[in-house]
Design a binder for this molecule. Structure first.
Ligand code: DAT
Ligand code: MG
Length: 159
């Protein structure tokens, strides 16, 4: 049994410039949609250096930080918020391991990539990170709270 609060779990997902340039937006969106999660925020944007550095602040001392910032600001990014029970951890599984070469087939990175610096997609690594990232990338007005009419066919609320 899950409560309304559980249904409201949200994660931040971004299709990186390589995913957009390679025409994979539709296929990537489709993976989360067909899984049963609800899209509550979506925009295509050019990421500023300031936003990129804030988003990847945790990696600021890593040797790959500069190339990561350069890459994420190099072309359009599709930023999204997805909602649903367990969405944060589930999205990480759908995305796959950081290095696409070791990511399992069937995951997004496992199916579409071969290089860690071109790994197509970002997903929040925890519920608290998700909250921080969502507020960094979206305003409250950007997000739409809605209940898909298929919900009772996807989620068993009372059992
Ligand atoms: P993830 O995106 O799976 O959460 P992360 O948070 O450890 O991975 O790193 C953020 C991004 O930085 C990752 O998607 C790609 C890049 N990156 C990570 N490790 C790297 C490495 N060893 N060399 C080059 N880029 C790396
Ligand atoms: Mg990460």
């Amino acid at each position: 049994m899950i409560d309304e609060e559980g249904l409201k779990e949200r994660t931040f997902i971004a299709i990186k410039p390589d995913g957009v340039q390679r025409g994979l937006v539709g296929q990537i969106v489709s993976r989360f949609e067909t899984k049963g999660f609800t899209l509550v925020g979506l925009k295509i944007m050019t990421v500023t250096k300031e936003l990129a550095e804030k988003h990847y602040d945790v990696h600021k001392d890593k040797p790959f930080f500069r190339s990561l910032i350069e890459f994420i600001t190099s072309g359009p990014v599709v930023a999204m918020v997805w909602e649903g029970e367990g969405v944060v951890a589930s999205a990480r599984k759908i995305i796959g391991a950081t290095n696409p070469l070791t990511a399992e087939p069937g995951t997004i990175r496992g199916d579409y990539g071969i290089s860690v610096g071109r790994n197509l997609i970002h997903g929040s690594d925890g519920i608290e990170t998700a909250k921080k990232e969502i507020s960094l990338w979206f305003t409250e007005e950007d997000l739409v709270s809605w209940k898909p009419c298929l919900t009772t066919w996807i989620v068993e609320k009372d059992s």
